[in-house]
Ligand binder design. Structure first.
Ligand code: 3IX
Length: 183
């Protein structure tokens, strides 16, 4: 992965520990929001990623490139692939049971991805330093051990729930989670 210093764990970054309330190994992850472009079942234009964690610290998901995802004829749009990487990385940081948002996302495109291809996505965390989480993901063609088509490195920043209340619609999130909107 070609990455900038901004997505490379800074000195002193600690390796992440599996959170005690992370889903047990082999468990599926629920969508964090039904209208999410990446994972929401009610978002009809979305990617509909469903993910699981094999070990409580990494996340795996599959994404089949459809006709709605084209950039060049019958080839995946790079921005759609970046969205898939952002989503699977977001799902992996969700294992830490804190709200994070993408601060920076870097993407390497190594192979063209034709419509009809299933990308096997995997994301993991390389380190945590304060509010910063350094994460990485890859998308492999056709099988978990297939050729790597996309790599991503990201810096996610921990926020509090007021972030979503101030800038978005916390009530819509709270309706699907245990968060109290006005504790
Ligand atoms: C997503 C909804 C979730 C709802 C919650 C419900 C469920 C549970 C939670 C998790 C969700 C689960 C799964 C999610 C899955 C996928 C979703 C994909 C994720 C996204 O798609 S999310 C949307 C796109 N995302 C944004 O909409 C962010 C817009 N942005 C901001 O809201 C601010 O910009 C913010 C908050 C990032 C920082 O603002 P701030 O004021 O809090 O903090 P500040 O600026 O001081 O930065 C602190 C330290 O981070 C460094 N830093 C910051 N930004 C950097 C950058 N870009 N590059 C390099 N370093 C950066 C600074 O340099 C400083 O470093 P230092 O401490 O060393 O000085």
């Amino acid at each position: 992965m070609t990455r900038s210093p901004l997505t490379t764990p800074q000195p002193g970054a600690a390796p992440p520990a599996v959170h005690p309330e992370a889903p047990p190994p082999g468990t599926g992850l629920r969508s964090h929001y039904n209208h999410c472009f990446g994972c929401g079942a009610d978002q009809r234009h979305g990617l509909h990623l469903t993910a699981r964690t094999p070990d409580g610290s990494t996340v795996e998901a599959e994404f089949t490139v459809g006709e709605a995802h084209q950039g060049a004829p019958m080839l995946a749009h790079g921005g759609v692939l970046a969205a898939a990487m952002d989503e699977v990385i977001g799902m992996s940081v969700y294992l830490f049971r804190k709200p994070y948002v993408t601060g920076r996302l870097e993407t390497d495109y190594l192979l063209p991805v034709p419509v009809g291809t299933t990308l096997h996505l995997r994301a993991w965390c390389n380190g945590i330093a304060g509010r910063k989480a350094y994460l990485e993901a890859e998308g492999r063609i056709g099988a978990p051990g297939g050729p790597v088509a996309v790599r991503a490195a990201a810096l996610f920043i921990e926020v509090n729930m007021e972030h979503f209340a101030e800038h978005g619609d916390l009530a819509a999130i709270a309706a699907e989670h245990d968060y109290e909107v006005n504790p």
